[in-house]
Design a protein. Structure first.
Length: 134
């Protein structure tokens, strides 16, 4: 009936709002945003439309999402990113339930502290510089 159609329109509006709020591309300058692969944007939108279903099984896990399904999951964002890129075209990679928490994936090379629990941090030499007397 009429009430059902109104609820469907309301749900569709909320889904569109959720996608818009969670779309970092919409916050980019237009000349940069147009460089984003449309397949990635579709995978991102599809993820948000499936998120509630995925939440029960994958909460707290990193996933690669493409073509309407989870193509890889795990605890390491770097490992999931590389596996997803090798498996699918322009996958959307996120941590289910923690999408609003920033995470940076480095492209630099460092020695890593593999004894650290979780994602190993880089080992850097932070000793003070040697002062030369004048």
């Amino acid at each position: 009936g009429r009430g059902g159609r109104q609820q469907e329109r309301k749900n569709a509006s909320l889904d569109a709002l959720t996608i818009a709020m969670n779309d970092p591309v919409s916050q980019l300058p237009p000349d940069i945003a147009m460089q984003i692969d449309p397949a990635w944007r579709k995978n991102q939108a599809d993820y948000w439309s499936e998120r509630e279903r995925l939440h029960a099984q994958h909460e707290g896990q990193w996933i690669g999402f493409a073509n309407g399904k989870v193509v890889v999951s795990g605890t390491s964002p770097v490992a999931v990113f590389h596996a997803a890129e090798a498996t699918a075209h322009s996958p959307f990679v996120t941590c289910v339930g923690k999408e609003d928490e920033p995470c940076r994936i480095r492209r630099s090379t460092f020695n890593y502290d593999n004894t650290y629990p979780g994602e190993p941090p880089p080992v850097l030499d932070l000793s003070p510089p040697t002062l030369i007397p004048q």
